[in-house]
Design a protein around this ligand. Sequence first.
Ligand SMILES: [Zn+2]
Length: 89
Amino acid sequence: MTDHPGTMNCAEFQAQLPELIGSGANTSDHPHLRSCERCRAFLADLETIAEAARQLFPSVEPSEKLWARIESAIRDEAPEDTQDSLTQS
Ligand SMILES: [Zn+2]
C-alpha cells in the first residue's frame, strides 16, 4: 500500500546498498532511507560490519568479494519478514 511510484522496496534497496556504499554515494541521503526506519537500522548495521571488516583487513580494499561476504553474513541474520515491511506505513 505504500508502494508509490519511484519507491523501491526494502529488499531492492538493501540489494543496492553495497554498491551505493562502494561508489562513495551518500547513502544517508537516499529517499528510501528517509521513509524507512528499518533500512536506516540496516544501514547502521552494515556500516558497523564494514568498519569491522576494514579493521580485520586493513590492507585490503573493500572488494566485491568482501562485500559478498558481508552481504551473506547479513542475509543470514536478516529477519524473514523484511519484505513484508511495505505493509507498514
Ligand atoms: Zn526499507
